[in-house]
Write a protein that binds this ligand. Structure first.
Ligand code: NAD
Length: 416
C-alpha cells in the first residue's frame, strides 16, 4: 500500500484537534497552511566535470511565535509535501516545549551515499546561497536532519557569513563547537528521548532499569538514544537497525560495540552474537520501549496491531501513520508523539542560538540541566491533559501546541 502523504497527515491532526478545541475556522486554516515556500533548482559541478541540476526546498510554516526553525534533509525521496509536513511539525514541537520559534524545514533531493565530500560541499554551499534570501538568525535558522550533520551546518554558516561579510554563527544550529556550536547538541535529541523514557516509565509504573528497548535507525538520533538508554538509564537494548536491516539479541547489545562494527563494516547487520532481523521484524518485537528513530510512516495500519511494545517513543518525525494511532491506543500502548519526544534537539538548538546571539557559552551541565527541565515540564503538561481529557498523548500534545499558536495569532491579529 502507498504511504500516506505526510502533509495530508499533518493537516488531518490540525483539523481534528482544532475542531476539538473549538478554534475559529479561519485560525484552523492558517494553522494548516505553510506561510512561505521556496523551491530552488540549481547547478552543481560534479567531480567528473559534468554539471548536475539539484532541486531543493525551504518551507516556513509559521513565524507567529518567533523566527522559523527547522532542519535540512538530504534524501532521494524528499518532496515538497514532506518538507511542508516537517515544517508544520516544527511549529507544534517548538510550541509544546515552549520555545519562542515557529516551524520551518528544508530538503534537497539527492543521494549523499553516491556523492563525494567535495560534491556535497558544493551542493550545500549553492543550496545555502539559494535559500539565503529567506534564512538568517532573526528569520529562519536551519539545523541538521536526515543525512546532514555538523559539517553541513559549518558550510552553510560559512556560505551565509561570506555573503554578509562577517561571521554569523546564529544562522544555523547543530554546528561544530569550534565555530559556535553548543555542547551537547549532537546527542540532545536522544538525551531528550531518554528523559521522556524516564517520565513515561514513571507514568506507566515501569522500572526503566533493565527495560527491554528496540531502536529503529542507528543515525544521530537512534545511535545516541540506544547509547544513553543503555549507559545512563540502564536499559537492555535488545535490537537496533539501520537502512540495511537490524540485529536482535535478547541478552542485550552494547551500542558502543555495535557502532564500532558499523564503522568497520558500514552496517549493523552481521554483528557477532546477534541475529539479523528486518526493520519490519524489529518493530514487532516484544519489548518495553520501542523507539522508531529513522524515517516516517513505519508504523502503519498494516503492522500497528502487531506492535508489542508497552511504550512507543517517536524519536523520528512522523513514524506513525495517523490511522495507526488509534490501533496502538486501543491496545493500551502509550505513544509519546514526535513533537514532544524528539523536541530535545530543537531545545538545545535554541540554547545554541541564544549562546550565539550573546557570544557567551554554557557548560554541558547547564545545557543538560535546562534540557531536562524543559522536557520533563512539557511531558508533565501533556500527560496531565491526556489524563484529564482522556485523550492519547498525541492529541494532548497537539492541544497544547495549537492552543499556544492560536493564542499568539489572536494576540498579533491578522495583518493588515
Ligand atoms: P540520520 O541520517 O543521522 O540517521 C538516519 C538513520 O535511519 C540511519 O541509521 C539510516 O541507516 C536509518 N534508515 C534510513 N532509512 C531507513 C529505513 N528504510 N529503515 C530503517 N532505517 C533506516 O538522521 P537522524 O538525524 O538520526 O534523524 C532520524 C529521524 O529523527 C528523522 O525522522 C528526523 O527528522 C528525526 N529528528 C532528528 C533530529 C536531530 O537532531 N537529528 C531531531 C528531531 C527529529
Amino acid at each position: 500500500m502507498e504511504a500516506p502523504n505526510p502533509y495530508e497527515s499533518a493537516k488531518q491532526h490540525v483539523e481534528r484537534v482544532g475542531q476539538m478545541l473549538g478554534l475559529d475556522r479561519g485560525i484552523i486554516d492558517i494553522l494548516k497552511t505553510p506561510h512561505r515556500e521556496l523551491g530552488v533548482n540549481f547547478p552543481v559541478k560534479m567531480d567528473d566535470g559534468t554539471i548536475r541540476i539539484f532541486s531543493g526546498y525551504r518551507v516556513q510554516h509559521s513565524s507567529v511565535r518567533g523566527p522559523c526553525k527547522g532542519g535540512i534533509r538530504y534524501h532521494p525521496k524528499v518532496t515538497l509535501d514532506e518538507v511542508r509536513a516537517l515544517s508544520m511539525w516544527m511549529t507544534w514541537k517548538c510550541a509544546v516545549v515552549g520555545l519562542p520559534y515557529g516551524g520551518a524545514k528544508g530538503g534537497v533531493i539527492c543521494d549523499v551515499k553516491k556523492m563525494s565530500k567535495g560534491e556535497l560541499e558544493r551542493m550545500t554551499r549553492r543550496y545555502a546561497s539559494e535559500i539565503a534570501i529567506i534564512i538568517g538568525p532573526q528569520e529562519d535558522i536551519p539545523a541538521p536532519d536526515v543525512y546532514t550533520d555538523s559539517q553541513t551546518m559549518a558550510w552553510i554558516m560559512d556560505t551565509y557569513s561570506m555573503g554578509v561579510g562577517h561571521a554569523v554563527p546564529g544562522v544555523v544550529t547543530g554546528k561544530p563547537v569550534e565555530i559556535g556550536g553548543s555542547k551537547g547538541r549532537d546527542e540532545a535529541t536522544s538525551r531528550g528521548v531518554m528523559y521522556i523514557a524516564q517520565e513515561s516509565a514513571k507514568a506507566r509504573g515501569m522500572n526503566l532499569k533493565g527495560a527491554k528497548v528496540a531502536v529503529q535507525g542507528f543515525g544521530n538520533v537512534g545511535w545516541h538514544a540506544a547509547r544513553l538508554l543503555h549507559q545512563e538509564a540502564g536499559c537492555t537494548i535488545i535490537a537496533v537497525s539501520d537502512s540495511q536491516g537490524g540485529i536482535y539479541s535478547p541478552k542485550g547489545l552494547d551500542p558502543l560495540k555495535v557502532m564500532d562494527h558499523k564503522k568497520a563494516t558500514g552496517a549493523v547487520k552481521d554483528y557477532p552474537g546477534a541475529k539479523n532481523i528486518s526493520n519490519e521484524e524489529l518493530l514487532e518485537l516484544e519489548c518495553d520501549i520501542l523507539v522508531p528513530a529513522a524515517l516516517e510512516n513505519v508504523i502503519t495500519m498494516e503492522n500497528a496491531s502487531s506492535i508489542r511494545a508497552k511504550i512507543v517513543i517517536e524519536g523520528a518525525n512522523g513514524p506513525t501513520a495517523p490511522m495507526a494511532d488509534k490501533i496502538l491506543m486501543d491496545k493500551g500502548i502509550m505513544l509519546v508523539p514526535d513533537i514532544l519526544a524528539n523536541a530535545g534537539g530543537v531545545t538545545v538548538s535554541y540554547f545554541e542560538w541564544v549562546q550565539d546571539l550573546q557570544f557567551f557559552f554554557w557548560t554541558l551541565e547547564q545545557i543538560n540541566e535546562r534540557l531536562k527541565e524543559i522536557m520533563t515540564t512539557a511531558f508533565a503538561r501533556v500527560h496531565a491533559i491526556s489524563q484529564e481529557k482522556k485523550v492519547d498523548m498525541r492529541t494532548a500534545a497537539y492541544m497544547v501546541s495549537l492552543t499556544e499558536v492560536a493564542r499568539a495569532l489572536e494576540l498579533r491579529g491578522v495583518f493588515p
